[in-house]
Every structure is written in C-alpha cells, then in structure tokens.
Design a protein around this ligand. Structure first.
Ligand code: PEP
Ligand code: MG
Length: 327
C-alpha cells in the first residue's frame, strides 16, 4: 500500500467522475510545514498556533510568534496556510498564563480558545499583529476556534482589523488579502449560520469538539471512545445541514477534525457535499486513494438514501456498499 500511496502522491485528488477534492494537512510546528512536499498536500488547512505555547516554558512573545509564522509561510510557498488563533485554556492549560483559580470542572466547555482570547485582548492583539506582519505581501488566512455566537467572530475580526490599521499607520507591509474564517465546533453556531455565513471567507468544521458537544461525550474519556460513531445519523444529518447551507451561500466548507482522515468517513462526507479536507499527514495516501476510486454522484445518491431512512448500522451499510463499488 505504501508504494501505491507514493505513486499517487503527485496526482490530483479527483473522483472517477471528476469531482475535485482538496486535501490539506493539519500542522502545528515549523517542521510540519517543511513536510508539505513529502505529503503531497495542497496546503495547511489547520495550523494549531497553540502548539508553540504548549511547548514553551514562558509566554512566547510577539517576535517569536512572528518568526514561526514567517517560517511556516515561507516553507508553504504558494500553498495556502490557515492559521487558527490560540486554542488554549481548558485542558490545554498553560502554567504561565493561568493559575489554580482558573481550573474548571468541565474544561472543554470552559474558558478556552476564543473566549479566553477575547477576554485577554493583549494576548490576542500580539498574535494578530504577528500574523498580519508575517503575512506582509501575501495572503493571510485566519480562523477562530470555539466560536459559539456570531458576535464573537465579529469582535475577533475587528481586533485583527485594528492591528491591520496599526501596521498601515506604521508603513509596515500589509497582507495582500486577509481571509477570515470560523471553526464550527460548538453546535450553537449551526443555528445562526444565516447571520454568520455572509461574513465569512470560509468555514471549517472541527468534528473532534463538535462530536463531543453533540453527544455530550468527553473526547478524552476512554470508556466512551467506542460508544458513538462518526457515521451515526445524528452527526451526518447535522453536518449535511451545515454543508448545504454553506454550499448554498457559496462559502467554502472544510472538515479539519480527525473524522476526515478516515476513508469511510471521508467517503460519507463527500456524499453529503463536503469536498475540502484538512487531515493528519499520515492519512493523505489512504484518503487520496479512496477519492480516486470513488464515483461522487453514486455516493451522493447513497447518502441521500442513508440519511432519509438510516439503517440500524450505518457503518455496516457503507462498508458493504464501498466494497461492492470497489472503493
Ligand atoms: C476539532 O475540534 O475538531 C479540531 C480540529 O480542533 P482541536 O482538535 O485542535 O480541538
Ligand atoms: Mg477543537
């Protein structure tokens, strides 16, 4: 299989009937960007900026953030990089940023990610400035984690725009274009997409957190790890509604959770209209091979049937179908 994956590394991720699928990778360190060539990915669909903070002993300053972001953009060259602003807090606690009083009983649902960033504006401003400066002369793509209501996105974007103004007034080189996106990983956001979508350049669905919140099931609890299936009607119907709305609004929608790195799951996602994936680099070969063996129109038809009247075991049904179709 390894040779098979190597052979298609530079080939397009396109289904048999011509649906173009975009495959990018998730990353978090400068080295990950250097691996882009080897993986054959089209870019970095999720750069987790908190990694730099998690491996540091003290708060990384604006200069060291700037240096990292520049390195990543340089390594990526013409390929797009989507930077996600800090997702710290909760279980990704930083000793130098939070103390015991910040410890919470339900950290995943706590003071984390954009919630923390908006409350600690100095922290977010430093990151915004570092990103804006690092992307001088090129496109900056940025997205915000754990957005629960549209106003949080609006506030975060305004904070970035202030930094752009600041850089402009100091005659710094500005990004040629800035694209703002949102992670959809808190279910409440799905109910206000009509308000949010017109403001977005792209939407990225984080199925790791989204699943934990939809099922009220801790993603780190091993006793629940096997209990709920990504291929359940609840998840798939939920994702289909989001995909339909985004596609209708002409806003690109991407999956950046682990779900997208599993061939059967990715097949189902293509069947509900999601054609952009950001996955773990190790999944590039298997996912591209699946895409190239797939007939997109047939899987769309199959998914319409499955979601209209779900069989008891969706996974079984899709596995059997994929075998018959030689996917
Ligand atoms: C997710 O929640 O699906 C996601 C991509 O973000 P993280 O795994 O970093 O929480
Ligand atoms: Mg998440």
């Amino acid at each position: 299989r390894r040779e098979e994956y190597a052979a298609i590394r530079d080939k397009k991720a396109e289904t048999r009937d011509g649906t173009r699928v975009t495959l990018m990778v998730n990353a978090g360190l400068a080295d990950d960007a250097a691996m882009l060539d080897a993986s054959g990915a089209e870019g970095i669909g999720l750069f987790r900026t908190e990694f730099q903070f998690l491996v540091a002993a003290t708060l990384p300053g604006r200069e060291s953030q700037l240096k990292l972001y520049r390195e990543v953009l340089d390594a990526a060259g013409d390929r797009p990089v989507v930077f996600r602003t800090l997702d710290i807090g909760g279980d990704k606690a930083l000793p130098y940023l939070m103390d015991e009083k910040d410890e919470a009983e339900n950290p995943a649902m706590g003071w984390r990610a954009l919630r923390l960033s908006l409350d600690r504006a100095a922290l977010m401003k430093a990151q915004a400035r570092a990103l804006v400066e690092a992307a001088g002369g090129r496109t900056l793509k940025v997205m915000f984690p754990m957005v629960s209501e549209p106003w949080e996105f609006e506030e975060a974007r305004a904070l970035f725009e202030e930094q752009v103004e600041w850089c402009h007034s100091r005659k710094r080189m500005l990004p040629t274009r800035i694209e703002y996106g949102c992670m959809l990983e808190v279910p409440s956001l799905a109910e206000t997409l009509d308000i949010l979508l017109p403001q977005l350049d792209f939407l990225s669905i984080g199925t790791n957190d989204l699943t934990q919140f939809l099922f009220a099931a801790d993603r780190a609890e091993p006793r629940l790890a096997e209990r709920y299936d990504w291929l359940s009607p609840a998840i798939l119907r939920f994702l289909k509604r989001i995909a339909d709305q985004a596609n209708e609004a002409g806003v690109p929608v991407r999956i950046c959770g682990e779900m997208g790195g599993r061939p059967l799951e990715a097949m189902a996602l293509i069947g509900i209209g999601i054609e952009n994936f950001s996955i773990t680099p190790a999944a590039m070969g298997p996912i591209k091979a699946m895409v190239r063996s797939l007939d997109a129109e047939k899987v769309r038809k199959k998914m319409r049937k499955v979601l209209a009247k779900p069989p008891r075991d969706v996974r079984r049904s899709l596995t059997d179908w994929a075998k018959r179709q030689k996917v």
